[in-house]
Design a protein around this ligand. Structure first.
Ligand code: NDP
Length: 475
């Protein structure tokens, strides 16, 4: 579950790249070896503007009640200058620095010092030491999967504090939101810079490093594939899941507490956003082992876009609906609330079932039932750069027979539900849906490019059998 898109494809082969028959291109595994101008322009744009985009959204809520146009209009019409807006922005504070340091340290300790015990007594949960996918250099990393446990402990403590301990106010996150933004940025830049230097000086696995010769591209897209400190501290798994995704549900709870404090009640829209996003977050941790095999972990290197993105972009922009509802406490009519809930659950169902069907199909090599029937598949093959021929199968039953990426469509329906919970007065809460649509459409196209190179004619047979990508009959 990373939050960012990835520029274009490589042009030369990686050590274990693959090709199928007539496919001419090799090295489609992971990020680029060479940078074309479009990728470089995208990288420069994001490096320059992404921090301002985050600042703009949060500042717009803080100073302009979440209106996206008001700050621009104020500046254009001379009612405020950029200096005025900046002067009203809270600076970093010692309190925020302490909260953030404590938070990250606590998550590091949970990650490193507490081996998973949930898998020992929670039926159906797969955690503990698990293997990731084979890296381009042929390495299979082991991971300590204990995210569910970290999430549960963190939330138990949060509820214990809110109801019995009273060490801090549950509005603490909202109350320090902008000072915390500076702290998150400091960590995001520090970790990205550290892994860049580490990639040059002491990489965890030199064969899994990629250098493009372009400083900015290397900085943003990462050099190392799986940077680690010691045997277990894996930067990608830690930053991808914690502290950002564990924080997601706490941030929402803090927004709900703020509504209660300000208005004496929590609106049904806030409850819906909290519940639907908590399902998504819990799903992530319940399936953390499965996430080891997704594109984020299997193909992306660790640089600024994951390091900074997980520290700043994700916690600040994925939680905009709750933030908006603090400033605009929308109380939905019952039909509206039921509609949002139904859409959110439908989206989640499609997302989860599509992912589950592919996982089950691949794990059992097709010896399973999908929608009560033996699944249909297209046999496919590819050759890795060492000349080895491999066989695989593409599922054409269930959701994977309806469209080639219905798991993304389900994700998008769920995203839309969070936004619709906020009513229709402002654009800001809809940012998440717009962003996810761009992210997942781009991801779909880049994944298909990779699969076409990998499977060649077999992929063409698959796309002929399942002609649509995200929306059956439309796209
Ligand atoms: P997928 O889980 O869809 O994996 C794509 C891979 O699956 C392909 O590269 C191919 O790999 C294999 N594949 C493709 N078609 C088939 C088929 N018909 N049968 C069998 N295997 C097939 O993609 P992601 O890893 O991107 O996404 C995982 C989930 O995470 C999604 O549900 C997505 O919505 C979610 N997500 C959420 C984000 C967020 O920020 N909230 C960001 C990104 C993802 P192979 O080489 O093995 O054949």
């Amino acid at each position: 579950m990373a939050s960012k898109s990835q520029p274009k494809v490589p042009k030369t082969g990686s050590p274990a790249s693959f090709t199928n028959g007539k496919a001419e291109s090799q090295g489609q595994w992971g990020r680029a070896w060479e940078v074309d101008w479009f990728s470089l322009a995208s990288v420069m744009f994001l490096l320059l503007f992404a921090p301002f985009i985050v600042y703009y959204f949060i500042m717009a809520c803080d100073q302009y009640s979440c209106s996206l146009t008001a700050p621009v209009l104020h500046v254009i019409t001379g009612h405020a200058s950029l200096a005025d807006i900046w002067a009203k922005t809270p600076p970093v504070t010692m309190k925020a620095a302490q909260i953030y340091t404590l938070w990250v340290t606590f998550q590091v300790l949970l990650y490193m010092l507490l081996p998973d015990f949930c898998h020992k007594f929670v039926p159906g949960y797969v955690g503990g030491v698990q293997e990731g996918a084979v890296t381009p250099a042929g390495v299979v990393n082991k991971y300590q999967v204990n995210g569910l446990q970290a999430w549960l402990i963190t939330h138990l403590l949060w509820f214990a504090n809110s109801h019995f301990l009273f060490w801090f106010s549950p509005t603490i996150i909202f109350d320090n939101w902008i000072p915390l933004l500076w702290c998150a940025n400091i960590l995001g830049y520090a970790v990205s810079t550290f892994v860049m230097i580490k990639g040059y000086l002491f990489p965890t696995n030199a064969n899994d490093c990629k250098f493009t010769g372009n400083f900015f591209y290397n900085y943003m897209m990462g050099i190392e594939f799986n940077p680690r400190i010691g045997k277990w501290f894996d930067f990608k798994l830690f930053f991808n899941g914690r502290p950002g995704i564990v924080a997601w549900t706490l941030i929402n709870l803090s927004y709900a507490a703020k509504q209660q404090e300000l208005y004496g009640q929590v609106t049904n829209s806030m409850v819906l956003v909290n519940v639907l996003q908590a399902i998504y977050v819990l799903d992530f941790f319940w399936n953390e082992t499965w996430y080891l095999k997704t594109i984020d972990i299997c193909h992306d290197h660790f640089g600024w876009y994951l390091g900074w993105g997980d520290c700043v972009w994700l916690p600040y922009l994925y939680t905009l609906q709750g933030l908006y509802l603090v400033y605009h406490p929308v109380q939905l009519s019952t039909p509206h609330a039921v509609g949002v809930l139904a859409l959110g659950l439908l989206g989640y169902y499609i997302f989860r079932m599509a992912n589950h069907q592919k996982d089950l199909f691949r794990r059992t090599d097709g010896r399973c039932l999908i929608w009560g029937q033996k699944p249909k598949a297209i046999e496919c093959s590819y050759t890795s750069a060492d000349g080895q021929k491999h066989h695989s199968k593409l599922l054409v039953s269930g959701f994977w027979g309806m469209a080639r990426h219905l798991n993304y469509t389900g994700d998008l329906l769920g995203s839309l539900a969070y936004c619709l919970a906020c009513g229709g007065s402002h654009l800001l809460p809809y940012f998440y849906f717009i962003y996810m649509t761009i992210l997942l459409t781009h991801r779909c196209l880049r994944d298909e490019h990779r699969c076409a190179s990998k499977y060649g004619r077999d992929w063409a047979r698959y796309t002929a059998a399942v002609p649509y990508r995200l929306l059956p009959g439309i796209f």
